[in-house]
Design a protein around this ligand. Structure first.
Ligand SMILES: Nc1ncnc2c1ncn2[C@@H]1O[C@H](COP(=O)(O)OP(=O)(O)O)[C@@H](O)[C@H]1O
Ligand SMILES: [Mg+2]
Length: 301
């Protein structure tokens, strides 16, 4: 399925988390690169805040923002556009009632693809999880970035391409575990963007995110984030550990159901197990006693 969304309605990371000097610097540099015509690419594990940051930066550019979600079914037609439809004309004869003329005409009309629209009008495009799309689809972006032209492959158009608007810019996100060296196109694309590896944010920033998303009080948010950091140490492969989403879910549910953030409370223990066990199980070769190990960490908070 193709998902192309205008991003006005997508929640944006509020100031607060991004007030931190680390993010301030990152945001300033990214805006510079984009204004100089270079795409920026945030890559890192799931749930570390890549998409939220990409949208935040995109919104700072004061241009319309378009989000494209990478997926296998994304096609050139979706991106460039295509001629679609035909028209059918019906007319009744004014003199002889029984005569009805039906003209069927194939007048196809051009339906602009989303990238076409963005390139033409200078939008900021957030291409989220771009490595999930097929490499031949992503090929289009090579000439958009390098030659500043969008080729109109297979569009039956008179023009072979359109020019990229000077304000157009691209922010990519990806998860490196999903692409490691599989496709040459992705490599060629990667060569044309400024790639910034993105890891889990620091503890303070995580607490700020949890508070922002749940309105939980800060001592509780700190406890949850601290606990999850400890629990995450049970992960052998640190690339695939717990994401920010786990902390947000725990804080949200604990707050709604008045579950105390107490490692000896059974409701809290179950909430922790339900939100973390599956991920921790995936990132451990030895899964024996994993439940017990998680509970062990939990009881010590
Ligand atoms: N700056 C932020 N402010 C508020 N919430 C944030 C912020 N950054 C991330 N989040 C939240 O953390 C979760 C993971 O962020 P997301 O951007 O989807 O991560 P990724 O794209 O790396 O998987 C989401 O629920 C998101 O809303
Ligand atoms: Mg994302």
């Amino acid at each position: 399925m193709t998902r192309l969304i205008k991003t006005k309605s997508v929640p944006e990371g509020k100031e607060g988390v991004y007030d931190h000097p680390f993010f301030q610097g990152l945001i300033r540099r990214s805006l510079r690169y984009l204004s100089s015509g270079y795409p920026v690419h945030f890559t890192g594990p799931s749930g570390v805040g890549k998409t939220t940051l990409a949208l935040h930066i995109a919104n700072k550019r004061q241009r319309p923002v378009l989000m494209i979600s990478g997926n296998e079914d994304l096609s050139n037609d979706d991106l460039i556009g295509a001629y679609k439809g035909y028209s059918r004309k019906k007319s009744d004869d004014n003199f002889i009632r029984t005569v009805r003329k039906i003209e069927e005409e194939v007048t196809e009309s051009w339906v602009e693809g989303r990238l076409y629209e963005a390139v033409k009008n200078g939008y900021t495009v957030v291409y989220d999880e771009f490595t999930r799309s097929r490499p031949d689809t992503n090929n289009l972006f090579l000439s958009v970035i390098e030659e500043k032209l969008l080729p109109l492959y297979g569009a039956k158009s008179k023009d072979s391409h359109i020019k990229v608007h000077p304000d157009f810019s691209l922010i990519f996100t990806s998860n490196p575990t999903e692409y490691v060296g599989i496709y040459e196109t992705q490599d060629a694309l990667l060569d044309r963007m400024i790639t910034i590896p993105f890891q889990m944010m620091g503890k303070e920033a995580q607490v700020a995110v949890v508070r922002e998303r749940t309105l939980i009080e800060s001592s509780k948010a700190e406890k949850i984030v601290g606990l999850l950091e400890k629990v995450n140490e049970l992960c052998e492969d640190t690339q695939d550990g717990l994401s920010l989403r786990a902390s947000i879910m725990i804080a949200d549910i604990a707050e709604k159901y008045e579950i105390p953030i107490d490692g000896n409370n059974e409701d809290f223990q179950n909430l922790l197990l339900d939100t973390t066990f599956f991920t921790l199980n995936l990132c451990n070769e030895d899964t024996e006693d994993l439940r017990e190990r998680i509970l062990g960490v939990c009881r010590n908070v």
